[in-house]
Design a protein around this ligand. Sequence first.
Ligand code: ATP
Ligand code: MG
Ligand code: FE
Length: 334
Amino acid sequence: QYILGIETSCDETAAAIIKNGREIVANVVSSQIDSHKRFGGVVPEIASRHHVEQLTIVFEETMNKANLQFQDLDAVAVTEGPGLVGALLTGINAAKALAFSHGLPLVGVHHIAGHIYANRLVTEMKFPLLALVVSGGHTELVYMKEHASFEVIGETLDDAAGEAYDKVARTLGLPYPGGPHIDKLAHEGQPSIDLPRAWLGEGSFDFSFSGLKSAVINTLHNAKQKGIELEPKDIAASFQQSVIDVLVGKTAQAVDKYEVKQLLVAGGVAANKGLRTALNNKFANSDLELVIPPLSLCTDNAAMIAAAGSVLFEKGKRSDLSLNANPGLELLPS
Ligand code: ATP
Ligand code: MG
Ligand code: FE
């Protein structure tokens, strides 16, 4: 079984082919980061235009790398949401055109389901499991009792973890996207500055990062007024420690409560070295199997969309040519 995956929900134009749901045959990602950098964030209109320009090139490279023809494919899987509506539409329209012209089934995929299924390209999933989703737009704990069933047991009430990273980075004058820069700085500094941790009450699996972000901004402002020089590396280390404490702490509580076999980590912030180390330390001596994909499968890619699409395809999901972008698409239990 060969599934072509297409991902254009934000600023990566990506296509990939996977075999039998688990094996990457080709995985091509064209990033637009350089075009958005000077604006300090993703500009939706620029993103859409880039996707349109890049899609055919990315398809060609993917088919060449896989050494396959479109007739060899079993289905086309495409991100239908959430994401930027214009950006999503470019991928959806390309997917529809391919599906229609080659007589292939079309499968719409939830972007976050894709992030979670990146883990299936690493190992077999064992249920029940918990996924910690930490990306640019989402911070969620997702319980899965079986394939393609997603129960969101906690989510962010305001900023996502990645968003907080990017905003704090911007405050420190670091380039976009700031996550990797903060990560690097954090390892050079000390978590010596006192910053809040939003636990949101006993037993809550929800998250909040906007207070932390404001605390960083206020701390910098107050220090400046008093003429104190704070080291950016210590700010980065303190911020990162606060994020990691909450993410790991809540995840550990959820793991206990839901008695899961596996913990999957997903999304761009899963590339964070501090978080990876903290999770490894926390769960090293437990029965829980911790899975963290390689960096290239944590940030946006289409192999993850094909991986989720493959499972949905086997479950009989088919989208027709009326498939539309849904920026507010929700993850649902089966
Ligand atoms: P979503 O998936 O929620 O729609 P997105 O697709 O934009 O959002 P991803 O591509 O999954 O998000 O992740 C991008 C985010 O990951 C950015 O906010 C970026 O700063 C963050 N990120 C990437 N690498 C690291 C790192 N090493 N440490 C912290 N954050 C990181
Ligand atoms: Mg991106
Ligand atoms: Fe993403």
